[in-house]
Write a protein of this length. Structure first.
Length: 269
């Protein structure tokens, strides 16, 4: 039997205190049936491209050197999660609605990539979700990445924790639920890591304020133990080794992050 698909879902700008059983039932379900922390820590600057580079390349900003939303080739290359997974025979797919994320991996490290260059409307999150639904119906992937950017856009436009922002978070949650169901209906229940890149305050982010730096980190699925709160400090760059562990592949020795599930097992030993 093929290993279960892993869905890595990033909801841009999602603060942990935006989650609730009523507003974000799919995220809340992940929280209650696996392992989680609502106090994981992002990286500085808490800005989308530096954060996602750390998320996917398993290292802090001072190692990869991306400090703005403008990509620059890494002086000392670090393989991304997709580079490592593809190199070990895992079929990967990426669905995102913010163009600069194209630089998260080498061009040939995903079998399929769908880029939608807008996140200003809720329909933009729906667009990439619908693309995911179509693609997973015809092809089985080991690793699927879904990025939903409208929550961040709404935070900048109306303010973090505004009514409009919370509605965008609810819509992103619904898109996440659709993605999970699409994979489950065709290929079996996936293992899921759902998280954010950063939070926000007022109409901005990028600082070391707790509102900007604190992110959710939610793990659930058939291969994830139902053990509740993750111990210790979980960092954004723990995402890559954690997903590698769920995929059953070897992490890059360059990565600085740690598999969050290994940390949990060590705490229980």
């Amino acid at each position: 039997m093929a290993p279960r698909t892993v869905l890595l879902a990033s909801i841009d700008g999602l603060r942990p205190d935006a989650l609730s059983p009523q507003r974000t039932p799919n995220l809340w379900s992940l929280l209650n049936r696996g392992c989680h922390t609502l106090s994981a820590r992002s990286v500085m600057p808490s800005v989308t491209l530096p954060c996602h580079t750390s998320m996917m390349r398993g290292v802090d900003v001072d190692r990869h050197g991306i400090t703005t939303n403008l990509f620059q080739p890494l002086a000392r290359p670090v393989p991304s999660l997709f580079d490592v997974a593809t190199g070990q025979g895992v079929e990967c797919a990426m669905f995102f609605n913010w163009g600069p994320l194209r630089d998260l991996c080498e061009p040939e490290s995903a079998a399929d990539i769908v880029i939608h260059a807008s996140f200003s409307q809720p329909e933009d999150d729906a667009f990439v979700t619908e693309a995911l639904e179509r693609y997973v119906a015809r092809r089985r992937y080991g690793l699927v990445f879904l990025y939903l950017g409208h929550t961040d856009h709404t935070g900048h436009q109306f303010g973090w924790m505004s009514d409009e922002y919370l509605a965008a978070a609810s819509h992103a949650d619904a898109c996440l639920g659709r993605a999970i169901r699409a994979i489950a209906d065709r290929w079996g229940e996936p293992n899921v890591l759902a998280l954010s890149d950063h939070g926000g305050h007022g109409r901005a982010h990028g600082t070391d304020l707790p509102e900007d730096m604190t992110i959710p980190f939610l793990l659930a699925g058939p291969d994830v133990p139902r053990l509740g709160e993750l111990p210790g400090e979980v960092r954004l760059f723990d995402a890559a080794p954690t997903v590698a562990g769920l995929l059953g592949i070897q992490p890059s020795p360059i990565w600085e992050g740690r598999d969050a599930l290994d940390r949990l097992k060590a705490a229980e030993a």
